[in-house]
Design a protein around this ligand. Structure first.
Ligand SMILES: NC(=O)c1ccc[n+]([C@@H]2O[C@H](COP(=O)([O-])OP(=O)(O)OC[C@H]3O[C@@H](n4cnc5c(N)ncnc54)[C@H](OP(=O)(O)O)[C@@H]3O)[C@@H](O)[C@H]2O)c1
Length: 262
């Protein structure tokens, strides 16, 4: 299927690896120009080189080493390109822990990264998209928005704030001007973040990383973790011309792990 977005320009945040990279790859393979962002410059340059090799047609790949949760970081991505047609928001998730230990600073960091940063990127781009008659925002959030995970309270809380904001703004006048805003909710995907979380549990419990991961897979109807490529393909579809009638949605990709009917 031709996604109909070749020649558009996308900003993909948190894209040196994992789900952000998978999304940038799927878009570049569709001939979309991609500007990728992450803090670590070396991994980012390596990712950009892989995208260059995989891109379709004349699509360009640009890399901006910056912290997207800061005003300076966001200024850097808009200095490279101003009029994005597609924005994939993403940053590292907040750390797990016990809610009794989280002070105001911990909450501000989580809300800043996982709620206020996507909102700032939406604010900065949607009016230009609307004026040009096409725009796609995809926020990478988490299955924890639908089924909270107790040790990820910072994520449950901050991402739910973003979800509520998106539900309203997606249904504002933007929908009639060709701009869609959706959230893509990963369950368990085989990325560094998932491996590091398993490593943390292994250190605490004395179990092996493999045993922890196998136990987790047993609770997923698909009996496996998702891949970044699968995630990227769903993201690219949400960014496509074919998804123009889909907005304000929370799209779950979790191998069937969420147990509810709706
Ligand atoms: N993987 C899963 O199973 C899963 C499940 C549920 C939710 N999620 C959520 O999905 C998102 C992506 O997860 P992932 O598994 O792809 O993580 P990952 O493999 O750790 O990759 C995170 C990417 O984001 C970049 N990044 C982190 N903080 C950033 C910042 N402040 N500014 C710019 N770039 C930043 C990282 O590079 P630098 O560190 O160099 O900046 C890296 O490129 C996270 O919010 C995570 O919580 C993931």
């Amino acid at each position: 299927m031709d996604l109909g977005i070749a020649g558009k320009t996308a900003l993909v945040c948190g894209a040196s690896k994992g789900l952000g990279y998978g999304s940038a790859l799927a878009l570049a393979q569709e001939g979309v120009n991609v500007v990728i962002v992450a803090r670590g410059a070396e991994a980012l340059q390596e990712a950009a080189a892989r995208l260059e090799a995989a891109r379709s047609g004349n699509a360009f790949v640009k890399a901006v080493a910056a912290d997207i949760t800061t005003e300076e970081g966001r200024a850097a991505v808009f200095a490279v390109h101003k009029d994005y047609d597609i924005v994939v928001t993403n940053a590292g998730g907040p750390p797990p822990g016990d809610f009794r230990d989280w002070d105001r600073e911990a909450w501000i960091r989580a809300v800043d990264a996982n709620m206020l940063t996507p909102i700032a990127l939406i604010q900065a781009t949607v009016d230009g998209m609307a004026a040009r008659g096409f725009g796609r925002i995809v926020n990478i959030t988490s299955s924890a928005v639908k089924a909270p995970i107790d040790i990820l309270g910072l994520s449950n809380g901050a991402r739910s704030g973003l979800t509520g904001f998106v539900a309203g703004v997606a249904r504002s006048g933007l929908a009639a001007q060709g701009v869609t805003i959706n959230n893509l909710l990963p369950g368990a995907f085989d990325t560094d973040r998932l491996r590091n979380t398993a490593l943390g549990t292994a250190k605490k419990t004395g179990q092996s990383v493999e045993a922890i991961q196998e136990a987790r897979k047993k609770n997923i109807p698909a009996r496996r973790f998702g891949t970044a490529e699968e995630f990227g393909a769903i993201c690219a579809f949400l960014c496509s011309v074919h998804a123009g009638y889909m907005t304000g949605q929370n799209v779950l990709a979790d191998g069937g792990a969420y147990p509810g009917t709706y």
